[in-house]
Ligand binder design. Structure first.
Ligand code: ZN
Length: 141
């Protein structure tokens, strides 16, 4: 995950080229894509750095993480800590589960830390894999 932006306000607006960006407590809505589907995401009462002059919002890494978390909740994907807990319950290393799911270890790491959303098909496969010994047998890499 990227470090949080800690630079003191006001920030330089990339549009106006002036120090006119300050945090505003507001709702933040956007259309996000996942797996080729669109989702209307709305975060309630979040601090959004916004330019007082042109109104442009700056998406910080913190805001981006909140958007990803809300999108995960809306789609109903397994939370990252649930993926990790199930993997550990089965006594698997990240490398072992990644090989089983036919994905890169770094990809699995991003799903577990919540930085990236798994595709819905993989989410379904992981649920079946975690719940069923028969599926685990069929998935042997
Ligand atoms: Zn501006």
């Amino acid at each position: 995950m990227e470090p949080m932006v800690t630079k003191p306000y006001p920030w330089m607006c990339p549009n106006c080229r002036e120090k006119t960006v300050a945090p505003v407590l507001s709702d933040y809505a956007l259309t996000a894509m996942h797996d080729g589907l669109e989702y209307e995401v709305c975060l309630r009462n979040v601090l959004v750095p916004r330019c007082e002059r042109c109104g442009d919002a700056i998406i910080t890494s913190g805001l981006s993480q909140q958007i990803t978390a809300e999108l995960r909740r809306m789609i109903g994907l397994l939370p990252g800590d649930a993926i990790r807990a199930n993997r550990e319950r089965l006594g698997l290393t990240r490398a072992q589960l990644a090989a089983t799911l036919r994905v890169g270890e770094e990809t699995l790491a991003r799903w577990e830390t919540g930085g990236q959303l798994q595709p819905r098909a993989v989410d379904l496969l992981m649920r079946l894999y975690f719940d069923s010994a028969e599926v685990r047998k069929a998935c042997v890499a």
